[in-house]
Ligand binder design. Sequence first.
Ligand SMILES: Cc1ncc(C[n+]2csc(CCO)c2C)c(N)n1
Length: 224
Amino acid sequence: MKFSERLYQELQPIWRKNHAHPFVQGIGDGTLEKEKFRFFMVQDYLYLIDYAKLFALGAVKATDVETMGRFASLLNSTLNEEMSLHREYAKKFDVTEEEFAKATPSPTTLAYTHYMLHVGQNGTLADLVAAILPCMWSYWEIGKELNEIPGANENEFYGEWIQMYSSKEFGQLAIWCIDLLDQLTTELPEKDLKRLEEIFLNTTRFEYMFWDMSYNLAMWPTDE
Ligand SMILES: Cc1ncc(C[n+]2csc(CCO)c2C)c(N)n1
């Protein structure tokens, strides 16, 4: 069995919880309060900045030119295309450029991104890929599931988001990352696979926490 298949099977219970989260369901049926999505967009922008750094670290750790090139092009498209698309999309929710510039990370955003950066800096390339994969894979799965709900991808506010994450291009990116993890793990002993599984489990848990934080508009409790 491929390592990705093992991960998929073992983590189904958490993936089901991610999909069932009221934030995700609210995007699907269009009932999610704009305020919550707005909060999500600002925190997600900060998340993307650090996520881009993981692509840079991936290019450093890769051992072949093709993989280096893939990471380099992901770094470029995230920084020079996706971030501006993100700011454009956020205008629907009245998020201003100034708000993005001034935003500070919530405890969950900080914990999630710093965990990935720690693994990316200190671990192997397989560790790094295990850390970043749940982000891509779970958004693709969620995008596809929500895309099946009649009318969801035409919703004035959330439709484009669903279209983006259920798209073929996005799916190809997720598949590239899944295949890379499978390639990097074919010869690894069980001890290493267990460590990678733990990393994948942790960022899968953080994905849930990111929805939950956004749903509850959770910033630092001491600042309230
Ligand atoms: C919390 C959170 N998790 C996953 C994603 C999805 N995502 C972020 S970067 C990237 C790779 C290509 O740019 C993908 C799929 C998100 N936006 N926010």
